[in-house]
Design a protein around this ligand. Structure first.
Ligand code: SF4
Length: 230
């Protein structure tokens, strides 16, 4: 499959999602892949709602990009979800502002408060959601399907870029002048919260800069894998 065929197949996937499920939601983490999907959605005129999770700990470059979206995509319906302020204040009061460095459980609890619970609110009442996940991104994503029922959230989940390579993402961004996070130009392929994201070296796994102090098997935030609670 050449580049144009892959792009056409992706457009077909998005239109097929719309035909089957109507105005579903697209999760935009403000990373490169999600910006590609946001751009495709806008160009195709699809009525998908786009939502972002503002964890309160995002890098300033991410907020800069978020600030540009309404101007660049005026027709887009953009929603931002925030952590529950009371629950977060109680947890930070008990464990401290940077507790996530002190163990996987504390890290996952922070991700739960700042990402997983707000995501559940963003997906409530929806029939399907779309993500920019790709198989190439990490060992935890190598078997990623284009679509599957998301048991954790009780709705369909689509990954229309599952077969894209990193070069495909950046070719699209350049050719379509898609706005992107300035941190990508500083060797950050995967961007999350500021204290949990760092630049990677040449040849490292694309998600090596996320939670670098943990084992690869635990390096998901709970948005895309089930985290045991309790
Ligand atoms: S990525 Fe880090 S700061 Fe952000 S929610 Fe997870 S543990 Fe907390």
């Amino acid at each position: 499959m050449n580049d144009e065929q892959r792009l056409e197949a992706t457009r077909d996937r998005l239109q097929d999602i719309h035909a089957r499920y109507g105005a579903v939601v697209l999760a935009n983490s403000l990373g490169a892949e999600d910006m590609v999907l946001t751009d495709l959605t806008a160009r195709l005129g699809l009525p998908f709602g786009v939502f972002c999770l503002d964890t309160g700990r995002l890098p300033s470059e991410t907020y800069d990009l978020l600030d540009r979206l309404p101007e660049h995509y005026p027709a887009l319906t953009l929603s931002v979800y925030y952590p529950d302020a009371e629950a977060l204040a109680a947890w930070v009061g008990q464990h401290g502002v940077n507790a996530f460095y002190r163990g996987v459980e504390l890290r996952q609890a922070c991700c739960h408060l700042r990402k997983v619970e707000p995501l559940a609110r963003a997906l409530a009442g929806q029939q399907a959601w779309i993500t920019g996940m790709r198989r190439e991104q990490s060992s935890t994503r190598s078997e990623l399907p284009f679509e599957a029922f998301d048991d954790d959230h009780g709705l369909m989940k689509f990954n229309p870029l599952a077969d894209w390579q990193e070069a495909d993402v950046w070719r699209y961004i350049r050719e379509h002048q898609v706005p992107y996070n300035a941190l990508h130009d500083k060797h950050y392929p995967s961007i999350g919260c500021a204290p949990c994201t760092r630049a990677i070296a040449v040849g490292e796994d694309l998600r090596a800069g996320r939670w670098w102090w943990e084992n690869p098997e635990t390096k998901e935030c709970g948005l895309h894998v089930r985290i045991p609670q309790g």
